[in-house]
Each structure stands twice: as structure tokens, then as C-alpha cells.
Design a protein. Sequence first.
Length: 116
Amino acid sequence: VQLVESGGGSVQPGGSLRLSCAASGFTFSRYAMSWFRQAPGKERELVAHITSGGGIRNYAEFVKGRFTISRDNAKNTVNLQMNSLKPEDTAVYYCKAVITSYGVYWGQGTQVTVSS
């Protein structure tokens, strides 16, 4: 199983970024996927979650209305569109897969920095 995030970077407050997570090594379309983030000195926290078919999406309160999670099961990718970014969104963002009978898998993370 491999999860590889991309798309992070530095942006000014109010800006946008689109993160992608490329998955391989398992049947992607069968599993829900999540995005988490971890800021320095803080615990990792859930940002957004999407079911296997993409029909149900859940968001943390602090990103509702600003972030959108989506997936492309044909391309084995899960994306996070982040708009109206704030300095407090600065963190390393990770995608996560929970694969039944195999375990929990994380990507290596991608840094997002929001600063003027």
C-alpha cells in the first residue's frame, strides 16, 4: 500500500491550494479515505472524510464551507480543494486509508503554509 500526497506549498491568507493523494497497492474504490493535518506542537486532527463511492463527505467544523474533499476512483486519487486559507490552516496534511484486515496507512504528508 502506498499513499503519496502532493500539492502543498506556501500561500497568502485567502488563497487556495489543491492537495492530491495518489493511492496504490489496494482496491482504492472499496475504501473510504480521509485527510488529516498536524500543526507543530499539536495532535493530528481529522480534516475531511469521504466514503468509498464519494456519496458521503464529512468535514471538521473549522474547514466547513472552505474545503472540499473529492475522489476519482478511476485514477485512484483523493483530493482536497482548500479555499479561503487562513494562517491557522498551516500544517502538514496527510491522507489516510483504513484497509480492512490489513491496517491503517498514512502518506508521508505535504506541507501547507499560510502566511503573509
